[in-house]
Write a protein that binds this ligand. Structure first.
Ligand SMILES: N[C@@H](CCC(=O)N[C@@H](CS)C(=O)NCC(=O)O)C(=O)O
Length: 216
């Protein structure tokens, strides 16, 4: 079966790419650039908002990285990356999968503010400060969960991919050095063979051009 992932390096489609690789599912990747290229009518026919990820599998087109994660895990029912209905960690798995977006929406606001809004006077310094604080607080919950464990649940699962990506993006706006559990977590995740190269970007395709974006 043909699987095609529409991917912008550094974006939430990183989650889908990484998961496809962890699950060892053969797939193709179509690279896009962040910005107006996603508003091309051909792409809008696939994702009505022109966002990534977008995943095609046979006649199925899916967007929302969380839905793609569930769908892919369900396609490989024996995978240790899933927690199926009835599993003792099922509810927690679902919670972390969605908590990944609680973190990501703050990081997305800051991405828009720091990288997209031009001129800088168009930004709201007050809102950016507030979002940075809210982001740091959301990350603190993950750091607490990881204080005495290597992964969010008993073993590495798809929710570590979802949350791990959010933590990585957040590190562009919040000093992770203050949360050593998160630094160690990211290092562990990025050392996985399936994660090799997924955080990189070919020339001209990435979103984040510097490792950290301080508040003015
Ligand atoms: N909740 C969605 C969010 C998708 C999303 O907003 N993706 C961003 C990249 S990280 C995007 O495509 N932004 C383009 C835009 O806002 O125009 C998911 O998890 O897939």
């Amino acid at each position: 079966m043909k699987r095609l992932l529409h991917h912008v390096p550094h974006s939430r489609s990183l989650r889908s790419l990484w998961l496809l690789r962890e699950l060892d599912l053969p797939h193709e990747v179509r690279l896009h650039r962040f910005g107006s290229a996603l508003q091309d009518p051909d792409y809008l026919a696939r994702h009505p908002l022109g966002r990534v990820p977008c995943y095609e599998e046979g006649g199925l087109t899916l967007y929302e990285s969380g839905a793609i994660a569930e769908h892919l895990c369900e396609s490989v029912p024996d995978t240790p990356l899933w927690r199926p209905p009835g599993d003792a960690e099922r509810a927690a798995w679902l919670q972390w999968l969605h908590y990944a977006e609680t973190i990501a929406v703050h990081a997305a606001y800051l991405t828009q503010s720091h990288l997209v809004l031009r001129p800088p006077e168009a930004r709201s310094p007050v809102q950016m400060k507030l979002e940075t604080r809210r982001l740091a607080r959301a990350l603190g919950v993950v750091a607490d969960q990881l204080a005495a464990r290597d992964h969010l649940l008993g073993t590495f699962t798809a929710v570590d991919i979802a949350v791990g990506y959010s933590v990585w993006v957040s590190g562009h706006f919040v000093e992770l050095g203050d949360m050593p559990a998160l630094m160690a977590y990211l290092e562990r995740l990025r050392a996985r063979p399936a994660a090799d190269g997924v955080f990189g970007a070919p020339e001209g395709y990435g979103i984040y051009m510097q490792p950290f974006y301080p508040l003015d």
